[in-house]
Design a protein around this ligand. Sequence first.
Ligand SMILES: [Zn+2]
Length: 305
Amino acid sequence: MLVPAIKILKSARERHYAVPALNINNLEALKAIVAAAVKMRSPIIVQTSEGAIEYAGMDYLIAMAKVAAKAPIPMALHLDHGKNLKLIKEAIQKGYTSVMFDGSSLPLKENVAKTKQVVAWARAKKVSVEAEIGAIAGIEDFVSVEEKDAHLTNPEQAAKFVKETKCDSLAVAIGTAHGAFKFKGETHLDIERLKKIARLVKNPIVLHGASGVMEDVVKLAEYHGAKLGKARGVLDEDIKQAIKYGVSKINIDTDLRLGFTAGIREAVDQMGNVIDPRKLLEPAIILMREIAMRKMILFKSEGKA
Ligand SMILES: [Zn+2]
């Protein structure tokens, strides 16, 4: 059944685990993550970016998610990084059970006003709203402490923002980054900042750009010809700390992309005489399913459905 994301996230925050929010843009990824969730008895958030909607079409994605939601686990369909208000409104009306409004690049006043507008639309349909304050990038992109401080989420500002906008959950910037090349060296998340935020904000906290960039998956992809250079993700230990201190939704896109890539490359390499798309795609589905299951164990969402 599709449920509002806040329903799943509230108990995650209370019981100190995180729900995996997994990005999909095709049937293969959706089938992989739902199979993982059923096997692990984990709640999940299926999320699509605006780019995924552009690629697959909103109606296709909603129809697929509705079928997937017949599985015996709680599931939310979430719009990731919604920036286009028209598209957000459409998602709310057509059956998404959660939307993110990402106004993090806007002036604070405008972010507050637009988030409030989205919350008003969403309330009427019992849809959850995730908002964002602070810029999610690499901690090492900022040279000085002052610069770092200006980009990462300010705890007092975050508390005021949530109170004013009445958003359900809040994406924070504590040093994660999107993509497969997050850090140049060994980098840890700003857990002290997270602790301060979590003391002031009792809503579920969301971590973006949190893929681990698993070494074995990167190696497999590279063995079959991928050129990924120095891909680097968030350490498992940091993820565990983040969950301990209030993070209850963790977004994973890069790790699934890497799994898909590795699976496809291996299949193409090893099945030179095969032209059946099902056979070529199956290894990718299996690898994405395995990666999703590993996340459910790491996030402690296993057995919580
Ligand atoms: Zn994100």
